[in-house]
Design a protein around this ligand. Structure first.
Ligand SMILES: Nc1ncnc2c1ncn2[C@@H]1O[C@H](COP(=O)(O)OP(=O)(O)OP(=O)(O)O)[C@@H](O)[C@H]1O
Length: 257
């Protein structure tokens, strides 16, 4: 079976500097892929290239085995992708209006929009905020709205860049628990950039470690974390000092004491 997305011989440069160099990388259908690495390694750039938000200087991007001509996706293809960033970038208007926007742009009938917004507000436990101005939400509430807005269009692939990193710890673990259950039930392929080993360990099935613009290690998350190679151990071993607990962690984080 073809991977959902494949990158081939990708080079991304800025100001004559190589930011990314990716000979071959694949995202499999249904996977929850983590991307981790030192500051400035190229994680966000890789996410933007995979999400077709930015074009590489060279190389090919394939979607389900089909090359995307000139790296420019059709509107149809673009609509299969959703992106949520650290800053939730909510629009002027209510929570309801923010979550409805993707369906409105797709000209979905109002009655269907209402039904779906209600379902996704319930899933993210924000139904009580429906009429609230989105600019007056707490960080955790805003990120729930952001994720509901990304999920309501039922994307084939969801790209997340540090969505939990600005949240305080209790808010973060509650949202991560809820989000994990939602993604497990929806089965959405997800790509997740994070700085935080706890988030990566808890959420992802596969992990790519990127250093200096290159994927230096890729595999099942537990295997990568337990057996870093010579290129990734300087980065991962620093983390392990601060996160020495067993790497296998299936219990909801909010139940941990
Ligand atoms: N358009 C650009 N012009 C110049 N330099 C860029 C551009 N985009 C990215 N870079 C540089 O490329 C490198 C990788 O940036 P990127 O944001 O992808 O890294 P990152 O791993 O996500 O970093 P961080 O962990 O700090 O968020 C950095 O050195 C950054 O300064």
């Amino acid at each position: 079976m073809n991977p959902l997305i494949e990158l081939k011989n990708i080079t991304y440069q800025a100001h004559n500097k190589n930011i990314l160099s990716i000979p071959d990388f694949q995202i499999q259908d249904g996977d929850f892929l983590g991307i981790m690495g030192p500051n400035g390694a190229g994680k966000s750039t890789l996410l933007k290239v995979m999400a077709l938000l930015d074009s590489p200087n060279r190389g090919e991007i394939l979607y389900r085995g089909q090359e995307i001509a000139n790296g420019i996706p059709s509107l149809d293809l673009r609509r299969k992708f959703s992106v949520a960033l650290q800053q939730s970038l909510l629009l002027e208007g209510t929570v309801y209006q923010n979550i409805a926007i993707g369906l409105k742009l797709r000209k979905v009938p109002k009655s269907v929009i209402k039904e779906k917004v209600n379902v996704w507000m319930e899933q993210f436990q924000i139904s009580h905020l429906a009429k609230k101005n989105a600019h007056f939400l707490s960080g955790g509430e805003a990120q729930r709205v952001n994720l509901a807005r990304a999920m309501i269009v039922e994307p084939e692939i969801l790209f997340l860049d540090e969505p939990f990193s600005a949240l305080d710890f209790p808010t973060k673990i509650k949202l991560m628990d809820d989000f994990k259950a939602i993604i497990n039930s929806a089965g959405t392929t997800t790509v997740f950039v994070s700085h935080d080993l706890m988030e990566i360990n808890y959420l992802t099935n596969h992990l790519a470690i990127i250093v200096n613009g290159e994927v230096k290690q890729y595999g099942p998350t537990q295997r990568v974390l337990e057996s870093p190679n010579s290129a990734t151990s300087p980065f991962l071993n620093k983390w392990k000092k601060f996160y020495p607990m067993s790497f296998k962690q299936e219990k909801p984080l909010s139940l941990m004491r």
